[in-house]
Ligand binder design. Structure first.
Ligand code: GTP
Ligand code: MG
Length: 211
């Protein structure tokens, strides 16, 4: 279309939280529309790619880094977090201890990765397995608004990977925040995996010398 600028982005997004909270299940639901009751712990890190036609002119590729819950006790997270531009922090609504660990994950994140201006990368809190507490109303989570403000989350969602609740909405909210940061810092820092051919190519006059 004449005059219409189109853009493509590749955003690295982390999915972190305690063991067994449903990180892999959320990603599988979001990317492949699948769910399994079977638990197989992630070892190290797994990857998934979700392509989103954000609007007529914008294509977003989300590179999802599914980080094993047990990594909080290791020291690999600095390596995994590098160049991430957004994160989901997940807890399991049926296990209070996983909520208590949310702050530890958020602090780990904020200490190891930053926006180009030094601020924290946008993070969305996911209260997962909400299908298991249908009888309770979401008023139980009213304290999460305040918690998010205090802890620097851009928002929170009750989710269920099993019943496919709110996962698309949560992703949309995170992408909105990432895109608005991108507009503020349109430098290459916000896109991962871009090869700068202008910098990578050798100077035109240099000649290969063989002997
Ligand atoms: P680690 O890789 O060990 O860090 O765990 P994880 O966070 O990736 O958890 P995973 O997705 O493997 O899920 C753990 C267990 O919870 C599995 O048995 C899933 O079937 C179950 N599970 C995940 N999400 C949901 C959900 O929304 N509702 C219900 N009822 N069960 C879920
Ligand atoms: Mg996993």
């Amino acid at each position: 279309m004449a005059g219409a600028e189109s853009s493509e982005h590749l955003f690295k997004v982390l999915v972190i939280g305690e063991l067994g909270v449903g990180k892999t299940s959320i990603i599988k639901r979001y990317v492949h529309q699948l769910f399994s009751q079977h638990y197989r712990a992630t070892i190290g890190v797994d990857f998934a790619l979700k392509v989103i036609h954000w609007d007529q002119r914008t294509l977003v590729r989300l590179q999802l880094w599914d980080i094993a819950g047990q990594e909080r006790f290791g020291n690999m997270t600095r390596v995994y977090y590098k160049e991430a531009v957004g994160a989901f922090v997940v807890f399991d609504v049926t296990r209070g201890s996983t909520f208590e660990a949310v702050s530890k994950w958020k602090n780990d994140l904020d200490s190891k990765v930053h926006l180009p201006n030094g601020g924290p990368i946008p993070a969305v809190l996911l209260a997962n397995k909400c299908d298991q507490m249908k009888e309770m109303s979401s008023q139980n989570f009213s304290h999460l608004d305040q918690f998010c403000k205090e802890s620097g989350f851009v928002g929170w969602f009750e989710t269920s990977a099993k019943d496919n609740i709110n996962i698309d909405d949560a992703a949309r909210s995170l992408i909105e925040n990432i895109l608005s940061n991108y507009k503020t810092f349109p430098a290459e820092e916000n896109d991962v995996g871009i090869v700068r051919l202008d910098q990578a190519a050798p100077p035109a006059e240099s000649k290969s010398q063989c002997c």
